[in-house]
Design a protein around this ligand. Structure first.
Ligand SMILES: Nc1ncnc2c1ncn2[C@@H]1O[C@H](COP(=O)(O)OP(=O)(O)OP(=O)(O)O)[C@@H](O)[C@H]1O
Length: 346
């Protein structure tokens, strides 16, 4: 159980958060610019003085930041300029006391593939390299609750997915809990189990990530993305592709290994999915899944179809003309073709 109550007035802006979550491992915080995401993390970490901060009914408003047993990685963090990358990591590992987990520098370096950077001068690092080093340093502070404010915004999607898979792995292997602020639903869908949607200093919705994302889509504010979870991944030598078996049925799709990473989720954009009432007969049409049309909604010029595949909701955006011609009713079986899984598009 996690309960957060936080009240803070910052000139004209008022942060007023009161939420309760049954369980979380990786909590995402999503919302438009200026909605109060960073202010919330900073108030929890004690970097700003809020009028009231209660976590699980403990009032921590006056508790010093170093007694809060968590660490916050800000959007931009300085590194020590007189130390190289390895020096920065070792400094944190050596000087941070009262650690709650025993992650070693070698483990973090391996997980985040930092070996090629270790002897580099920090002044010469690119924005993305710098973010990876800062994340490694955050982990080496040894806290088991880690707050991250836009931690991977400077990374390309492939590297970002590797880092997010690392976050999931650290949660499983070392029990580290993460709260991650991001503008990107794609990022949060990939890694978080629970999501907070904020606007104007308040929580609009909080709950299982897919439910909250669904409510964001039905409010028309975002391009729909789907998550496809799979339980098994087997590399197929003949195709050079991974065969992914869906979590709740024997349906499967094939994807290039670079899309699979260490995670058991694929993020699929609505434009990647096409649907039909009859099974596609074209031999080239691989990656066809069977589902049931669960909902339709008009989004400006398009229609958004929600299709239940394997108890997972996939979103498919179609033109008005295509929707009218297809003559599919709610509850009917449809075929979804997932495109671009067999070529790397990041
Ligand atoms: N120290 C401060 N004094 C006055 N106003 C502040 C202060 N810090 C933040 N604010 C205001 O509070 C609001 C929320 O800011 P915050 O940085 O928390 O939003 P955010 O959701 O993290 O935005 P972004 O996604 O752009 O980083 C903004 O309107 C900001 O101008």
């Amino acid at each position: 159980m996690l309960k957060i109550q936080c009240h803070q007035r910052l000139d004209d802006f008022e942060l007023n958060v009161d939420l309760a979550i049954n369980k979380f491992d990786i909590l995402g915080v999503f919302g438009p610019s200026g909605s109060g995401k960073s202010s919330l993390l900073q108030a929890i970490a004690g970097l700003t003085t809020a009028q009231n901060v209660c976590i699980n009914n403990h009032n921590i408003t006056r508790l010093k930041p170093d007694k809060r047993l968590l660490t916050l990685q800000l959007q931009s963090c300085p590194l020590f300029p007189h130390l190289n990358v390895m020096g920065n990591l070792l400094f944190t590992h050596t000087h941070c006391k009262n650690k709650s987990h025993n992650l070693t520098p070698d483990q973090v370096i391996d997980l985040l593939a930092l070996n090629p950077l270790l002897n580099r001068d920090v002044a010469g690092l690119s924005g993305g390299e710098r973010q990876r080093v800062i994340f490694a340093r955050t982990l080496l502070s040894g806290q088991s609750v880690v707050l991250l404010d836009e931690p991977f915004s400077a990374l390309d999607w492939s590297t970002r997915f590797t880092m997010l898979a690392g976050v999931q792995q650290l949660n499983k292997s070392h029990g580290i809990k993460f709260i991650i602020v991001s503008h990107s639903l794609k990022e949060l869908l990939y890694c978080s189990d629970t999501l907070i949607h904020m606007a104007k200093g308040k929580v609009l919705k909080c709950g299982a990530t897919q439910d909250v994302v669904h409510s964001i889509y039905t409010n028309k504010s975002q391009t729909p993305l789907s998550v496809l979870s799979f339980s098994k991944s087997e590399f197929n030598d003949a195709f050079g592709l991974c065969k992914l078996t869906l979590s709740n049925s024997l349906q499967h799709v094939y994807a290039v290994p670079s899309l699979v990473k260490q995670s058991h989720r694929l993020i699929i954009e609505s434009g990647q999915i096409t649907y039909s009432k009859v099974k596609p007969s074209n031999q080239c049409s691989a990656n066809v899944l069977i589902g049931m049309l669960e909902n339709t909604q008009q989004l400006d010029e398009q229609w958004l179809l929600t299709v239940n595949v394997d108890t997972q909701l996939l979103y498919c955006a179609v033109s008005k003309r295509q929707w009218q011609q297809s003559n599919v009713q709610l509850g009917e079986q449809v075929y979804l073709t997932i495109n671009n899984l067999e070529t790397s598009h990041y």
